[in-house]
Design a protein around this ligand. Structure first.
Ligand code: R2B
Ligand code: URA
Length: 378
């Protein structure tokens, strides 16, 4: 090789090594800040006393203890500010297994770790209904299927955020959906949630009366998550659109394959085409409750779902399990990138170096109580 080329090459390599060192250095500093935030967060939170949530039940403060029955937690036996005071992201998905996997994945993506011999603890195990894992500032919970199920979880998580005095937590649902004129495998980020009549409201019956709560989602958050998709590198599409939230999987979604069906294929076709003409991109089953309950509490929220079928082409999910598993990772990937971006690039990087001890201790730690939380691991 001619001499000039070899020295060019050395020079380029040295340059690249320099750049890599700078990136690693910047990330180490942010990680150290994150770990310190988890250790000291409690003290800082104590200064500003209350959570940023609004409009909650004024009687909550009088409940001593407040029992979060379905999470198997109460304010007497758990010090909420200490254990949950540092939560900034609440991620929810249908199944316990998916949310456990997501917790490990997010742990890796934000650079936290636990001892190789330990497992993340299911903090809602005692409630026997939902599962919940905490990875530093990220809480990952399963919500089951449908608005009634996610509503119960949300009531208890919102109370938890309030008791823990959390500041500006962001709630994100990751899941699956049926697409409307959308290729299977596409990720749909909801601009708003609408009901079967295309009303952007979640209706509940209170004392036998219909009460409607607006179901707008945070547009800025949807855009931020969409921006985490890289059209050049990701071999799938990510789009923003309206989401129809149904109260069941079969008749509520105009399927022809339920145990009962009292409409014709033509009626189904006309309904789905009407949805398509109104910019509805997908159908799922929890977005109305999520949008309504979070906006009532002044919490920013988003719904990120992968379409596992194009409903204009059929009803039955025939895609092989391995492919579904691959597709289910897509919303997780985008949301983990979003969290990583907020933690690492939206803050101030002028802090001290990360230590191995720090990043390891951080994974399941609560604010101000890293040692205890680490000891809580199984
Ligand atoms: C998507 O998938 C589930 C139904 O199969 C439901 O929870 C939803 O929203
Ligand atoms: N989840 C739904 O609610 N509907 C679908 O068609 C697919 C997943």
């Amino acid at each position: 090789m001619p001499k000039g080329n070899s020295s060019d090459c050395t020079c380029r390599l040295a340059n690249e090594v320099g750049q890599l060192k700078a990136i690693v250095n910047a990330q180490s500093k942010t990680l150290a800040r994150l770990v310190r935030h988890m250790k000291d967060g409690c003290r800082k939170d104590e200064e500003s006393k209350e959570s940023t949530l609004c409009g909650l039940n004024p009687c909550l403060k009088c409940l001593q203890p407040d029992i979060l029955y379905h999470l198997g937690l109460d304010t007497d036996t758990t010090d909420f500010p200490k254990v949950f005071g540092d939560v900034r992201f609440v991620c929810m998905g249908g199944t316990p297994g998916r949310m456990e996997n997501f917790a490990y994945y997010v742990m890796q993506e934000i650079g936290l770790k636990i001892n190789a011999a330990t497992k993340l603890r299911d903090m809602a195990e005692a409630g026997k209904r939902f599962s919940m894992f905490k990875v530093g500032p990220v809480l990952c919970a399963s919500h089951g299927m449908g608005c009634p199920s996610i509503s119960i979880l949300l009531h208890e998580l919102i109370k938890m955020m309030c008791h823990a005095k959390c500041k500006d937590p962001v709630f994100i649902r990751i899941g699956t959906c049926g697409g409307i004129g959308v290729d299977p495998g596409t990720v749909v980020i909801s601009s708003e949630a609408v009901d079967g009549r295309l009303n952007a409201a979640h209706e509940i019956l209170v004392h036998g009366n219909s009460v409607q709560h607006a179901s707008q989602l945070d547009e800025g958050l949807a855009d931020e998550i969409k921006n985490c998709h890289d059209p050049c590198k990701d071999n799938y599409e990510a789009i923003i659109g309206r989401t129809l939230c149904a109260h069941d999987f079969y008749e509520g979604q105009s399927r022809l394959d339920g145990a009962f069906c009292e409409y014709t294929p033509e009626m189904k076709k006309a309904y789905l085409e009407q949805l398509q003409s109104q910019d509805v991109k997908n159908i799922e089953m929890e977005s109305l409750a999520l949008a309504a309950l979070t906006s009532r509490a002044n919490i920013r929220s988003a719904v990120v779902c992968v379409a596992i079928i194009n409903r204009l082409n059929g009803d039955q999910i025939k895609t092989p399990h391995e492919i579904l598993t691959k597709w289910e990772k897509r919303p997780q990937e985008l949301v983990a990138r979003y969290i990583r971006k907020v933690l690492y690039f939206n803050g101030n990087d002028s802090e001290s170096e990360q230590t191995d001890e720090g990043s390891e201790a951080g994974a399941q730690g609560g604010a101000g109580d890293t040692q205890k939380a680490t000891a809580e691991e199984d």
